[in-house]
Design a protein around this ligand. Structure first.
Ligand code: NAP
Ligand code: MG
Length: 472
């Protein structure tokens, strides 16, 4: 695949100071498909300098004009939609159909939403004798993961640009090719030099240097809770704004009147989607004792309908996970589940039949999972579902909330009002009611250790603004 051997800094592809490279592997066949430079602290410094220099001009650009540039960015991405999908299939292993419909189309829609919001948001409000100005925070350091690589980039860069901030992006080492494609789209959109800069590199080197840089005013991070805690500590120490979008272990609560025929396959598809690599995956299914066996049976049938295979084939619905390390991690959790006494209803730690190469994991359903088991507590990030039993609705609520995480959730009930009443008692940032669809304008973010701050829609824009009050 096409790749650059430079860093996108100040509107051009610059020769990096760091001389190390990162090989990009296709997880479906384990072959190297490209190579990008591994940025050093010096490269990060050059990018932050460019972003600082571009900041006053971009902050002073009228919001409607910023909106027009973001619309041009949306158009540049839309023009390369199929190439985006192919790139994400090649470096992440996402099935090509899903890569187009979600990995490409979602960020295009999100970019469009911020083009509109930049033009429509009122950057001034009146409170009594004060005029309150909404001003950009400054230079944003964005650190993104590989699981929805373009979506996570756009969910930070688009609102930052709408607010009038400039950006240095450090994308994940596993998926740098789509990040370079994004930089090309930024260039094609005619954004002024230095407004968006992209430094590829390793987390502990380039990522850490970006989080620590004095020239960065806000760090926006999406990824693991372990790294998020470090970033939060660094930002706190420097009194910098920070947004953290971390992991989850979300509950899918099937209340006693729920339609299992609909709810169970819907829940399984949610977990298997993107090979289980979604921070908001509904990985704990909670079912009442009376209908537990029926639900497990339906979950097994639904999981077995996902046959792992070549993600570039249009019929494939389950591809490999992103890397050998991720595969080993997921298989390790499956072994742990068995060791701790959960019942393997389908799937398992072995490679799927007929797929000796590639980082594939069998779609796996565990039954008889109890709330204390590791597979009920930790984020697995693979196509693995834990089905838990509850005796009554109060116990269901207790189990659902018994997590250090609180990112997402779902409730199914015979009546919407009953599901909504239950959802109000969940300590989590999002809840889907009876199969409610993902909304790219709704605030997305976590309670508890799932994070700090909100992304997407108008709430996502506010993260990049600070207020100044003028008393008149
Ligand atoms: P990660 O290490 O947290 O990676 C996220 C981003 O942070 C990447 O760009 C990474 O760079 C960077 N990073 C890593 N260490 C850093 C540091 N010390 N300072 C600054 N930036 C740093 O996550 P991962 O290793 O890719 O995945 C591990 C686990 O995290 C997964 O198995 C999953 O459970 C969880 N995860 C959650 C989400 C989510 O959306 N909530 C997303 C991804 C992963 P590199 O790419 O070079 O590591
Ligand atoms: Mg990492």
């Amino acid at each position: 695949m096409k790749s650059h051997d430079g860093m996108y800094i100040a509107g051009e592809w610059r020769v990096p100071v760091g001389r190390d490279a990162i090989d990009v592997r296709n997880p479906a066949d384990e072959q190297i498909i490209g190579s990008v430079p591994a940025g050093s602290a010096e490269d990060v410094d050059a990018a932050v300098t460019a972003a600082r220099e571009a900041f006053p001009g971009w902050a002073a650009t009228p919001p409607a004009e910023r909106g027009a540039r973001i619309a041009a960015l949306r158009d540049a991405l839309a023009a390369r939609r199929d190439e985006i999908a192919e790139t994400i299939t090649a470096e992440l292993g996402a099935p090509i159909g899903f890569a187009g419909a979600v990995h490409a189309d979602l960020p295009i829609a999100v970019a469009g939403s911020y083009a509109k919001m930049a033009a429509e948001h009122s950057f001034e409000e009146r409170i009594g004798n004060s005029t309150v100005l909404h001003e950009p925070v400054g230079v944003v350091g964005a650190i993104t993961p590989w699981n929805y690589p373009l979506h996570q980039i756009v969910a930070k860069v688009a609102p930052a640009l709408a607010a009038g901030c400039t950006v240095v992006l450090k994308p994940a080492e596993n998926t740098p090719l789509v990040a370079q494609l994004f930089a090309e789209a930024v260039h094609a959109a005619g954004l002024p030099a230095g407004v968006v800069n992209v430094v590829t590199g390793l987390g502990p080197v380039a990522g850490q240097a970006l989080a620590e840089h004095e020239g960065v005013d806000l760090v926006s991070f999406t990824g693991s809770t372990a790294v998020g805690k470090r970033i939060g500590a660094i930002a706190g120490g420097a009194v910098k704004r920070v947004a953290l979008e971390l992991g989850g272990k979300s509950a899918n609560v099937l209340l006693p009147g729920a339609d299992l025929e609909r709810a169970v396959p819907h829940g399984v598809a949610n977990v298997v989607r993107n090979a289980g690599q979604s921070c908001n995956a509904l990985t704990r299914m909670l079912v009442d004792a009376a209908r537990y066996d029926e639900a497990v049976e339906r979950a097994v049938a639904a999981a077995e309908s996902f046959v792992p295979g070549d993600p570039s084939h249009p019929d494939t619905r389950l591809g490999p996970v992103v890397s050998a390390a991720q595969r080993d991690r997921v298989r390790g959790y499956i072994e742990r589940g068995v060791a701790e006494g959960a019942r393997l209803a389908t799937g398992g730690p072995e490679a799927p039949e007929g797929l000796p190469h590639g980082y594939y994991v069998k779609p796996t359903v565990f039954a008889d999972v109890t709330p204390d088991m590791t597979i009920a507590r930790e984020e697995i990030f693979g196509p693995v579902l834990s089905v838990l039993r509850y005796e009554d609705v109060e116990e269901a609520l207790h189990i659902a909330n018994d997590s250090v995480y609180g990112l997402a959730g779902a409730v199914w009930a015979a009546e919407e009002t009953e599901a909504v009443a239950f959802a109000r008692r969940l300590r989590t940032g999002q809840v889907d009611i009876n199969g409610g669809r993902f909304n790219p304008l709704a605030p997305f973010g976590g309670y508890k250790q799932s994070g700090v701050g909100r992304e997407l829609g108008p709430h996502g824009l506010l993260e990049y603004l600070q207020t100044k009050s003028l008393q008149l």
